[in-house]
Design a protein around this ligand. Structure first.
Ligand code: HEM
Length: 442
């Protein structure tokens, strides 16, 4: 049987407001993890809340006002257990976002369908062959070649920053630019069209924040119309490019996606939209926020910065430690497709299970003294910021490479660079969204 449209299968039979089994731990969630402002209000992740959850209830029942409640998982061991057991915890039955299944969630149908009909929301058997088709563009050899272009781009951005400096917004001048450049290279977006992609990404993020702050219902009709048109234009562009690559394949990821056959069939328009959306979103926000978040860490831990300047061989491990501590993706959701027990907690078929990566990555049972940046930490690489198991981040090499390329040059040119303390976080409970970061190049 060919690929099914995931949007038609995402409703599970039972989406309970209350769990079938009594929670074994009595703690109630210390913060509302479904609130988009839960992190921005506190200036970053609510690590105290995560620590309390991990200590007192590593699997805790979290109610959801408008849809399914879920089990929130916060320890390293149990997050990894969920990741490694796709036969129990499905990505396809229900999808990976908390908002799926919430009846009244305001959503754009095209965006919503595309976000479900993707690699990241598939289980076996279809997940594996589709993932394999992407692999050529994420292997070490390809990424090493890509690094050369990234190095040049980083140099250009730093030249521009130096000219505008010494005080600049790192997000605007650097972190928002580099991931999009890299993605366009991998996908094969022609140079002339790249400004369009930059425009859509910026527009969609701003529109999303505006909608969250003002409430969708309060937007002017013209604003809603512009939003619909921009999304349509973004998908039309993606479809057009994929269509061209079907007829005339090139050596790029879009050609691979356009021509992949699953069970003998080319991808449907829904999966083409979904594949386009997944790569431009998965590789963008995440890398951007790890670039900015790392600047905050280097400012907070000047001894570690000095250690790195003294010993550049530590760069690869510095990157693992930085990504462990930033953990730019907050969570991924799964749905139990059979009755099971996680830790001590019985979980019933159909219930949602949400893995909190920043909590797992600060688990002292795995990472002693977890709030201390230690660029020589021996197991830093074992962090779960990229997930684990069959869905482990396809772009992790690309992300690590960009962080290393960026900071080798940033610290080489501006060894005293620091965050001034000014900046902003956007309301977002899915990624750690640093929307502005003022830095002093020194
Ligand atoms: C620091 C940067 C990044 C972080 C923290 C990150 C994190 C993640 C996480 C948590 C997942 C889900 C893993 C799971 O469910 O087990 C994921 C999946 C994925 N990521 Fe990333 N990501 C990053 C950068 C990138 C980049 C640069 C790309 C592409 C160029 C990318 C492409 C993908 C794709 C395609 C998937 C889906 C894989 C699958 O379902 O098989 N990511 N990422």
């Amino acid at each position: 049987m060919g690929l099914q449209n995931v949007s038609e299968t995402y409703q599970v039979e039972r989406e309970p407001a209350d769990p079938a089994n009594t929670p074994v731990h009595s703690l109630t969630p210390p913060v509302n993890l479904t609130d988009p402002e839960v992190f921005s209000r506190h200036g970053g992740y609510t690590f105290d809340a995560f620590t309390q959850m991990r200590n007192e209830a590593p699997v805790i029942w979290h109610p959801e006002e408008f849809g399914a409640g879920f089990w929130a998982v916060s320890s390293y061991e149990l997050v990894k257990k969920v990741e490694l057991d796709p036969a129990t915890y499905s990505s396809q039955t229900g999808g990976i976002l908390i908002s799926y299944g919430v009846e009244d969630a305001p959503r754009h149908p095209l965006l919503h369908n595309a976000s479900l009909n993707t690699l990241i929301c598939l289980d076996r058997p279809h997940h594996t062959p589709l993932r394999m088709e992407h692999m050529a563009f994420f292997r070490a050899g390809y990424v090493a070649e890509l690094r050369k272009k990234v190095d040049l781009f980083v140099k250009e951005r730093l030249d521009a920053m130096e000219q505008a400096g010494p005080i600049v917004d790192m997000v605007e001048m650097f972190s928002a630019e580099l991931p999009l450049f890299t993605l366009c290279e991998i996908l094969g977006v022609p140079d002339a069209d790249r400004p369009k992609l930059v425009h859509w990404m910026h527009y969609l993020e701003n529109a999303q924040y505006q909608a969250q702050q003002e409430g969708l219902g309060n937007l002017e009709p013209e604003q809603i119309m512009t939003f619909m048109n921009e999304i349509q234009a973004m998908f039309d562009y993606g479809r057009d490019l994929l269509e061209k690559r079907r007829k005339d394949p090139q050596n790029d990821l879009l050609s691979a996606i356009a021509n992949v056959k699953i069970d003998g069939e080319l991808l449907s328009p829904e999966f083409l939209d979904g594949s386009w959306l997944l790569i431009i979103f998965a590789g963008n926000d995440t890398t951007r926020n790890s670039l900015s978040g790392t600047m905050k860490l280097l400012t907070a831990f000047p001894d570690q910065r000095q250690k790195l300047l003294d010993n550049p061989d530590l760069f690869p491990n510095f990157v693992h430690e930085a990504i462990r501590m930033v953990s730019p993706v907050t969570y991924m959701r799964r749905t139990a497709i059979k009755d099971t027990v996680l830790g001590e907690q019985p979980i019933a078929v159909g219930e949602k299970v949400v893995m909190y990566y920043p909590a797992a990555n600060r688990d002292p049972a795995k990472f002693p003294n977890p709030d201390q940046m230690d660029i020589t930490r021996e197991n830093a690489k074992e962090h779960l910021a990229f997930g684990n198991g069959p869905h482990v981040c396809l772009g992790q090499r690309v992300a690590n490479m960009q962080l290393e390329a960026a900071y080798r040059q940033i610290l080489g040119r501006f060894p005293n660079v620091r965050w001034t303390g000014n900046g902003s976080l956007a309301p977002n409970n899915f990624v750690h969204a640093i929307s502005a970061l003022e830095i002093d190049l020194g």
